[in-house]
Design a protein around this ligand. Structure first.
Ligand code: UDX
Length: 458
């Protein structure tokens, strides 16, 4: 079969894999190939055991693999044969040199740009999918045009807004698709080619266009705004706990103002995940780079409140449990950074677990999907930690339960049975406000929600 165009994606990760699978599914007229430098990862994409779990992904890959979706490690050949190249390599926080701990590490991204320059023999559209600092496309253009190679490259920005656990749903039905381009004739032509791909399933009014820099910046700002909402509501939990106000009631009252909106106002022990902290620090670094210290301080506050919330959680546990956790057995309900994923990157549970170990507590960790990652995260930690899949067995004999992840199963456990098996007095610290606090109190627990009055028997 001859295809209309060949799309290549460099980087078979959390964004590249599902996005390309969906493009292949919705656009059978395009040939879509995903390459990665890691042969193990490519082998997994070719197998029945995909490297990531996302509801609906298996079915889409099954329907398209070998038809118009291909996985390969032959980067050189695929660059030559492609018309449109999505760059979806990782841009983690840089951990060395200038900007360490703040700026984005662009080494993989730059290597990719150089590879494209070296192997391209015909004109290409390059699409930035990775989250990048604003003005990165300019650096990309400079690298691509810095040799004798006469090939024309047009660089577009097309950030991805999908969330883990709902990737396929988000891709199939996006709030918006954003495409940033140069306003030159070739820039606009390239933009239209990308619009043509998305228009196969996304309504035209949801495909928006902008200049390249607005597009790059919008991705960072979108994540910063989302994280800011969580830090905003979390900051108020501290005040609620001092004043007998209830954060659920406050969030409802505030969120019903249609200008504010009700989503993303769930108070928690803190946000986690691979994006929020990384992208905000990236934004902060950019602002400082341009000498905008007030703006940088403002956004840094979002991360500061998130750290404060995690610190506060530990201090609340300490003070509730008579100022000592040494030798006490504490069960963490959940370890992933949110429900319905085994991903633990930047999970607040990692921080809480480390702090509890510092307090010389003994830990039992339970989670339906994240125990393997938890073991890796806490590998080498100097303390007593065990990993138990069954929450009843995990909490048996413990002094306290701390809910770290909003897994639905935890709300539906038999807490009478759990209470019976625990040491007394028994404590529950609900870091996600998912349990029925009044009922737990009636069973006999001392209950400490987030941003709500504690219910104690003392
Ligand atoms: C996020 C963005 O939502 C997505 O658009 C972007 O492309 C990548 O980053 P993700 O990290 O997958 O996606 O998860 P998300 O569902 O946004 O949750 C992030 C964290 O915030 C989780 O730890 C979650 O538990 C926490 N959270 C979320 C809250 O504490 N309260 C809320 O109200 C919502």
């Amino acid at each position: 079969m001859t295809f209309k165009k060949a799309i290549l994606c460099i980087g078979a990760g959390y964004v590249g894999g599902p996005t390309m699978a969906l493009i292949a599914f919705k656009c059978p007229q395009y040939k879509v190939t995903v390459v990665d430098i890691d042969p193990k990862r490519i082998a997994q994409w070719k197998s029945d055991n995909l490297p990531i779990y996302e509801p609906g992904l298996d079915e889409i890959v099954k329907a398209t693999r070998g038809r118009n979706l291909f996985f390969s490690t032959e980067i050189e050949r695929e660059i030559k044969e492609s018309d449109i190249i999505f760059v979806s390599v990782n841009t983690p926080t840089k951990m060395f040199g200038a900007g360490s701990g703040m700026a984005a590490d662009l080494q993989y991204w730059e290597k990719t740009a150089r590879q494209i320059r070296e192997y391209a023999e015909s004109k290409k559209i390059i699409v930035e999918k990775s989250t990048l600092p604003v003005k990165t496309a300019l650096a990309m253009e400079r690298i691509l045009t810095s040799t004798e190679n006469e090939v024309h490259f047009e660089v577009l920005s097309n950030p991805e807004f999908l969330a883990e656990g709902t990737a396929i749903k988000d891709l199939e039905n996006p709030d918006r698709v954003l495409i940033g381009s140069r306003e030159t004739p070739s820039g606009l032509k390239a933009r239209d080619e990308l619009i043509e791909i998305y228009a196969n399933w996304v309504p035209k009014e949801r495909i928006i266009t902008s200049n390249v820099w607005s597009s790059e910046l919008s991705k960072l700002v979108a994540n910063a705004f989302l994280a800011q909402r969580i830090s905003s509501i979390n900051s108020i939990t501290a005040l609620c706990e001092k004043t007998d106000a209830d954060i659920l009631e406050v969030a409802q009252a505030v969120g019903m103002d249609s200008r504010v909106g009700s989503k993303f106002l769930n108070a928690s022990v803190g946000f986690g995940g691979s994006c929020f902290k990384k992208d905000i620090l990236n934004l902060v670094y950019l602002c400082r780079h341009y000498g905008l210290n007030e703006v940088a301080d403002y956004w840094e506050g979002v991360v500061r409140i998130n750290n404060y919330q995690k610190d506060r959680f530990i201090l609340n546990m300490l003070s509730a449990m008579f100022n000592t956790l040494a030798g006490k057995k504490i069960c963490l309900f959940g370890f992933s950074y949110k429900a319905n994923t085994g991903d633990t990157r930047e999970s607040p549970a990692i921080f809480i677990a480390r702090k509890l170990i510092e307090e010389k507590a003994e830990l039992v960790i339970t989670d339906p999907k994240a125990l393997n990652n938890a073991m890796i995260d806490l590998n080498g930690i100097d303390g007593k930690v065990s990993y138990v899949e069954d929450p009843y067995e995990a909490s048996s004999g413990c002094d306290a339960i701390a809910v770290m992840t909003e897994w639905e199963i935890y709300a539906n456990l038999d807490f009478k049975k759990i209470y019976k098996s625990m040491a007394k007095p028994a404590f529950i610290f609900d870091g996600r406000n998912i349990l029925d606090h009044k009922r737990l109190y009636e069973i006999g627990f001392n209950v400490f929600p987030i941003g709500k009055p504690a219910l104690t028997h003392f």
